[in-house]
Design a protein around this ligand. Sequence first.
Ligand code: AP5
Ligand code: MG
Length: 191
Amino acid sequence: MLNVIITGAPGCGKGTQSELIVEHMKLEHFSTGELLRQEIAAQSPLGKEADAYITKGNLVPDSMIIDVITSAIARVCGQCKGILFDGFPRTREQAVALEEMMDGRGTPVTLCIDLQVPERELIQRLLTRGETSGRSDDNLETIKKRLEVYKVKTQPVNEYYQSLGKYVAIDGMGTIEEIFGRIAAALTTCK
Ligand code: AP5
Ligand code: MG
């Protein structure tokens, strides 16, 4: 299986590139942000709990996310060509849990792709999206909080995957196609 993580700051293009990656590589796509937004729309107990964290720009608790992803993996593992994790893991604890889960299944994580985009561009992209997205976290105050949380909690995940020799940084500036070309080249070396 080709199991790939796409990480990077809010607005770096994880969702946009994920669509192209799953289409070309035929992978299952798990976006924890999307899964949580679906739960919020359905007004489930999980969605109600997650809503407050998301609206304030905080991460939802690790235990909640690890439960969600564990059942998602159990559903598809072994029955697909691979999994693309979008926006997960976001803390070192989540990364350790994912490694244990995937190694335990004999289907280890192949590569962590870190999309790098300057902060000014991230804010611009998210503010532009906020004009139409309806997302409760696409406003300047929450965007700034998300960026701060990213630096403190999520950047250590990059160091973790660097230490495992499974990390690649990709320039996330340019056209969507140019960026996808860089990602595809990085994935080719994994096959
Ligand atoms: P999540 O949904 O993952 O949001 P995020 O990380 O803040 O990132 P976004 O989805 O906003 O951006 P993106 O990187 O996907 O970029 P996109 O392609 O959309 O998480 C939301 C919240 O859920 C978190 O804050 C947290 O509370 C919670 N959560 C989720 N996962 C969690 C976890 N594992 N643990 C704990 N909590 C969790 O692009 C952004 C915009 O830019 C779009 O409008 C796009 O059209 C545009 N764009 C894309 N590429 C380009 C380009 N090359 N040039 C110009 N514009 C571009
Ligand atoms: Mg996204």
